[in-house]
Design a protein around this ligand. Structure first.
Ligand SMILES: *Cc1c(COP(=O)(O)O)cnc(C)c1O
Length: 359
């Protein structure tokens, strides 16, 4: 694989001055990483170029049939540098998604080197305030000018960067969740285990209806066959503390294998807490609620880290969890994970990857 070429922008943008107003996903840095694929050369020409529009044929296959995959990760500014959290897991998962969508696998090392170089070039864009970070969005699209349905022969791999604000302005606010009984996100055998736009396209209608009709911002997805087994919440994995045990749905093909999920399981077990990865039905959750053993529930994902669930609405029944407040374990997990990510707590699992050390 050739060297990463660097073409710097000659018109640098002004960086946001007020880091309390960063929000999520509206601001982009000065550069992006790109690499091309064609059948003759494989993945080639890794380069860093000024951030900006890309040229695509209106017949580009990704626009019509959704042959696309993506990742989501963050770079964190610590007191002595900039670090990533388990980036190897993201590139590994990108290849799992690639495989599912018939996209040629990338060289994870090249992608990682490209990302490191890109962050080095745009390092001043990593925000400084407590809780802020630089969101990283790697993605791959099929670019062939072709309207027949088949795997693409040409692709772009691109990484863009976006400084993002603290997810929680004032502490962790529990969210209210609508248990979705009409729509499904994916089914076993579908693409649920891949991070691909199609899964999101399938989910926005449910999210929109839950918001407009019932004033809920997120939905809890049930399995697509029996409509009983819990899968995920919104775009996060989900955990329930029932009695002394923490239960999370097993990865059976329709659930995305979250890196935050995996990290939470490891942390919980290291604390001596019993974690079960298995099928969990909404009826079991309802029963636990009735019996008073449903102690806590929370979602996990890179954006929010831990998102406590205040109450769950299933048909006409509203289940308030832990008095609608954040649970003890959710808070403890949040503190531990964010502590590791921002370099304030010991990285006892070796998850942190320091990419820039302050001189
Ligand atoms: C990205 C994603 C998650 C969370 O994964 P993390 O690696 O923890 O960020 C969960 N569910 C879906 C559907 C996702 O796309």
């Amino acid at each position: 694989m050739s060297e990463i070429k660097i073409c710097l922008s000659d018109s640098l943008k002004e960086k946001p001055k007020d880091e309390t107003k960063l929000g999520f996903g509206d601001i982009f840095t000065d550069h992006m990483f790109m690499m091309d694929y064609d059948p003759q050369n494989g993945w080639h020409d890794p380069r860093i170029v000024p951030y900006g529009p890309i040229s695509l044929s209106p017949a580009a296959m990704c626009l019509h049939y959704g042959q696309e995959v993506f990742e989501g990760m963050k770079a964190y500014r610590t007191k002595d540098g900039i670090q990533l959290f388990r980036p190897d897991e993201n590139f590994k998962r990108l290849n799992v998604s690639n495989d599912r969508l018939c996209i040629p696998l990338i060289d994870e090392k090249v992608a990682y080197e490209g990302l490191k170089k890109l962050i080095e070039v745009d390092q001043d864009w990593v925000p400084h305030s407590e809780g802020t970070s630089l969101y990283i969005r790697p993605f791959i699209i099929a670019t062939d000018e072709h309207l027949g349905v088949r795997p693409g022969h040409h692709y772009y791999f691109i990484i863009i960067l976006s400084p993002v604000g603290a997810y929680y302005e004032e502490g962790l606010n529990p969210v209210n969740i609508y248990v979705e009984t009409k729509y499904v996100r994916t089914v076993r055998g579908g693409m649920g285990m891949a991070k691909t736009g199609g899964n999101y396209a399938a989910s926005i209608k449910a999210q929109d209806e839950a918001a407009v009709k019932y004033n809920y911002t997120q939905v809890l997805w049930l399995d697509g066959v029996e409509r009983r087994y819990i899968e995920e919440v919104g775009t996060m994995n989900v955990f329930f503390k029932i009695g002394d045990t923490v239960v999370t749905p097993a990865l059976e093909g329709s659930v995305l294998s979250g890196i935050t999920r995996k990290s939470c399981i490891d942390i919980l077990r290291s604390w001596g807490i019993k974690v079960e990865e298995r099928r969990l039905s909404i009826d079991e959750v309802e029963r636990a609620f009735e019996e008073g053993t449903l102690v806590e529930a929370f979602g996990t994902g890179t954006a929010a880290v831990i998102s406590p669930i205040g109450h769950l609405k299933y048909h006409d029944k509203v289940m308030e969890i832990n008095g609608g407040k954040i649970g003890e374990l959710s808070q403890k997990l949040y503190d531990e994970l964010t502590g590791i990510q921002w370099g304030k707590r010991e990285d006892r699992f070796g998850w942190v990857d320091r990419i820039i050390t302050k001189a």
